[in-house]
Design a protein around this ligand. Structure first.
Ligand code: MLT
Length: 264
């Protein structure tokens, strides 16, 4: 896994290389780049897929001051990575928190975004209640580490039929293993993220929206509302998938992604 020193920290990423259209895939919380292994393995030969471990997650070094971290800071790191790789424009895809980062990147650098893939994500900001929950989660991580929160979060990530799958459980819990600072920074960033809803109708980049039909965190109703607001957006609802739709139903996800990328 190569790395670049960005903002004074090591940032690890995968780059499938090649001349294909560049696609940056941004993982959700509290995961890491390897979330996207099924996409890199299946499509990395046709498209140039770049997958960072966002700061603090996986092998990437974390923000020194988690309590000051913001979603925009993740977006700045991703753009700096594109600069280092000499990629001027890319399709930007994000799952859940990765989608929040994609919205931020689009707001800051619209000319760098060739297209958008919004997977199991939402445009809105946190409600007061959601912020309180995140604060309680931060308290829990500070007091006792990540183990209990990781289990709580895990229970909501997969479709009910997948929760009992021992291989998936081991894989996903492994993807969720990070130092407490990664959790604290991401929770802080998500708590403060702006509402992107008013911007949806102005999005000019071709957009693919994907959602698992059993996603309880960002359910299909949210994806359908985004489809109605983003001009020309296409929505694919994946049967049998929960919040981690790319991992739970990789073949159907990859088909939707390949069809979308094939049109550039
Ligand atoms: C994610 O999957 O990134 C998180 O569930 C997003 C969130 O908590 O808002």
């Amino acid at each position: 896994m190569p790395s670049e020193r960005i903002g004074g920290r090591e940032l690890h990423y995968e780059d499938s290389g090649g001349d294909g259209i560049p696609l940056v895939l941004l993982h959700g919380f509290p995961l890491r780049g390897a979330l996207w292994d099924p996409q890199v393995e299946a499509l990395g030969g046709r498209f140039r897929i770049i997958v960072p471990d966002l700061p603090g997650f996986g092998r990437s070094e974390g923000p020194e001051e988690p309590e000051r971290w913001r979603v925009g800071a993740y977006a700045e790191v991703v753009v700096e990575l594109l600069d280092r790789l000499e990629i001027e424009e890319a399709v930007v895809g994000g799952l859940s928190m990765g989608g929040y980062v994609a919205f931020s990147l689009l707001r800051r650098y619209p000319t760098r975004v060739l297209g958008l893939v919004l997977a199991d994500t939402q445009p809105g900001a946190d409600s007061i209640e959601a912020r309180r929950t995140r604060e309680a989660q931060q308290e829990q991580v500070r007091a006792e580490g990540i183990a209990a929160l990781r289990e709580t979060l895990y229970q909501r990530l997969l479709a009910p039929k997948n929760l009992g799958d021992p291989m998936l459980r081991e894989k996903v819990l492994g993807l969720m293993e990070h130092p407490p600072a990664a959790y604290l920074a991401a929770l802080e960033a998500m708590k403060h993220r702006p509402d992107s809803t008013p911007e949806l109708s102005r999005i000019q980049a071709p957009t693919l929206i994907v959602v698992g039909e059993d996603d309880v965190i960002t359910p299909p109703a949210i994806a359908k509302a985004m489809e109605r607001s983003i001009p020309g957006a296409r929505l694919v609802v994946l049967e049998g998938a929960g919040h981690l739709s790319n991992l739970e139903e990789p073949a159907a996800f990859n088909e939707a992604l390949a069809t979308f990328l094939g049109e550039f």
